[in-house]
Design a protein around this ligand. Structure first.
Ligand SMILES: O=c1ccn([C@@H]2O[C@H](COP(=O)(O)O)[C@@H](O)[C@H]2O)c(=O)[nH]1
Length: 273
């Protein structure tokens, strides 16, 4: 199961870091340069990460070679035994959600995780959850995203609760359907909202939290302690630009940035060495 692979790898390598791999065509002279650098970053940084999070948008933006690269990233991750959490934020009416789930959580993608969007209604999450449960994967529901304007909708209040809290409650409810201590239904909560982490952690006790926003978006590891469970597991924190483009396309700088984030997150999670 994806969530337990994260715990096992995180504990074995002492890391709570998720590598975001968002290759930007504008950073390179050619698609081939983008391909080789992206794969090299994953290979070099793998010993310091609990999982890798390719952002589908960047691969889609590069057309067919980009989609081929996304596939290569996933295959390399599999070879390196690095869990893959695809950031695609899928969500649609039920029958289409079934097709998305089949595409990204089954077959050669069985055991992976994907971010999903609850905007179309809670029932539309079901096909993703069913595929994840059946094929050893996981889903990460958008609860409180990291962007500055995420409160436009997620912060709206109804009966004393924010929309984000309603979604969190649904994540918890789905988790309760599973016997294991950690559920296959996780949540995205931005690292840029440190004051809200304790509340969301408490609302979703069985959910693994994905916290994007470390580095380029200004979040710092030291503020993230409330996201973790008492044993230091239960959350992974992602940085994309802050690692892949730490100093331009310098591979050593990417490794140094990943090591630095890993160490800071271990301190925050109470994992000392
Ligand atoms: O709330 C969210 C959900 C997803 N993201 C994605 O994470 C990375 C962040 O990249 P950085 O370079 O580390 O800022 C990117 O792929 C976003 O689409 C997020 O930022 N916030």
């Amino acid at each position: 199961m994806f969530q337990y692979r994260l715990v096992e790898r995180g504990n074995a390598l002492k890391t709570r870091l998720c590598l975001g791999l968002d290759p930007r065509l504008t950073a390179y002279d050619s698609v081939e340069a983008m391909r080789s650098h992206t794969l090299a970053v994953l290979e070099a940084v793998a010993p310091f990460i609990a999982c890798v999070k390719p952002q589908a948008a960047f691969y889609e933006a590069a057309g067919l070679p980009g989609l081929q690269l996304m596939d290569e990233v996933m295959m390399l991750a599999r070879r390196l035994d690095v869990p893959v959490l695809l950031d695609a934020k899928r969500g649609d009416i039920g029958s289409t959600a079934e097709a998305y789930a089949q595409a990204w959580l089954e077959g050669r993608h069985a055991g992976n995780a994907i971010t999903i969007n609850p905007y179309l209604g809670f029932a539309t999450l079901r096909p993703f959850v069913a595929s994840a449960r059946q094929h050893g994967g996981a889903v990460f529901v958008l609860v409180r995203t990291s962007n500055p304007d995420s409160g436009d909708l997620q912060g709206l209040m109804a009966d004393g609760r924010s929309v984000a809290e309603y979604v969190a409650r649904e994540v918890a409810r789905l988790g309760e359907e599973e016997a294991e201590a950690l559920a296959s239904v996780g949540a995205v909560v931005g690292a840029t909202h440190p004051a809200e982490l304790a509340r969301f952690r408490a609302l979703m006790p069985k959910a693994t939290l994905l916290l994007p926003g470390l580095g380029a978006q200004g979040a710092t590891a030291a503020t993230l302690a409330p996201a973790f469970l008492a044993d230091g597991t239960g959350a992974v924190v992602s940085a994309s630009r802050g690692i892949q483009y730490a100093q331009g396309c310098d591979l050593d700088a990417a490794v140094a940035a990943a090591q630095g984030f890993r160490d800071e997150l271990n301190l925050a999670a109470g994992q000392h060495g």
